[in-house]
Design a protein around this ligand. Structure first.
Ligand SMILES: [Zn+2]
Length: 261
């Protein structure tokens, strides 16, 4: 499927994992070529204990979000979040994430996940930074925690949204941004497409979650940041608006949330 040809603006990938080992061979080259198709990247560092802050690639169109993925909730208590401070000191971090709850894989007991989640929201509060949330099969608990804490941070992004339509309404009531990834293009993702229909353009974000979740036309391949166009295209189709309007709004939202110039 060729991407639409009438694209006038380059999109921003608001969530990718370019420090994943799948990019070890060609990271710098890939980032360089990404800007042929993209106007910005938000790179997620979800294993801050595994990456040196000095290895962050500095570029005016790149911002970072750093946080302990729920898989590593146990480390949050042990490391006392000092690691995150080292990343903040680089001046290239403008978000805390991805943090949250994963009851699908549930590698860590739920109460420890909740504790680590709250602890990192408080860290974001202290530094006045937005949060990027990973929520899998844990919408209810995520909602309850956010109800208590969302006002403490400048903004909340629910990344790679996977909940149902009813929950979208609840998250929107708290002014959360809802971000959709390439899985919205999968034939079975009917509920996701209904959810996207509900999200007003001013709260919509798009992402790849690269190297995961390559969109349908390239499914099974290593996902690349440039594939965010497939998500933009699908959402334009769902919402029956011009793809340029989707890109314009999502770029504006991403720039605002992550202070991307
Ligand atoms: Zn992610």
């Amino acid at each position: 499927m060729p991407i639409q040809e009438n694209i006038q603006i380059k999109p921003i990938d608001s969530h990718c994992h370019l420090f994943d080992e799948k990019f070890n061979e060609d990271r710098i080259e890939l980032i360089g070529t990404s800007f042929e198709k993209l106007d910005g990247l938000v790179i997620i560092i979800e294993e801050p204990f595994n990456i040196s802050p000095s290895s962050l690639i500095k570029h005016p169109k790149i911002r970072y979000a750093v946080g302990y993925h729920p898989y590593y909730s146990e480390k949050v208590v042990a490391e006392n979040l000092d690691t995150l401070n080292l990343f903040l000191n680089t001046g290239h971090v403008s978000g805390i994430g991805e943090i949250g709850l994963d009851y699908y894989h549930c590698k860590v007991p739920k109460d420890i996940q909740r504790k680590a989640f709250i602890q990192q929201i408080e860290f974001a509060h202290h530094h006045n930074l937005p949060i990027v949330i990973h929520c899998r099969d844990a919408e209810k608990d995520t909602y309850e925690i956010l109800r208590d804490y969302h006002k403490n941070v400048p903004s909340v992004v629910l990344h790679c949204y996977g909940g149902d339509v009813d929950m979208v309404e609840h998250f929107l009531e708290m002014n959360c941004y809802i971000s959709f990834a390439g899985n919205i293009t999968y034939p079975k993702a009917v509920e996701l497409r209904k959810s996207a229909e509900q999200v007003p353009l001013e709260f919509l974000l798009i992402e790849t979650d690269a190297p995961y979740l390559a969109p349908q036309p390239v499914r099974g391949k290593r996902c690349l940041p440039g594939y965010v166009l497939y998500t933009a295209e699908k959402i334009a189709e769902i919402k029956k608006v011009d793809i340029n309007d989707i890109i314009r709004s999502t770029n504006q939202n991403t720039r605002k949330v992550f202070s991307l110039g």
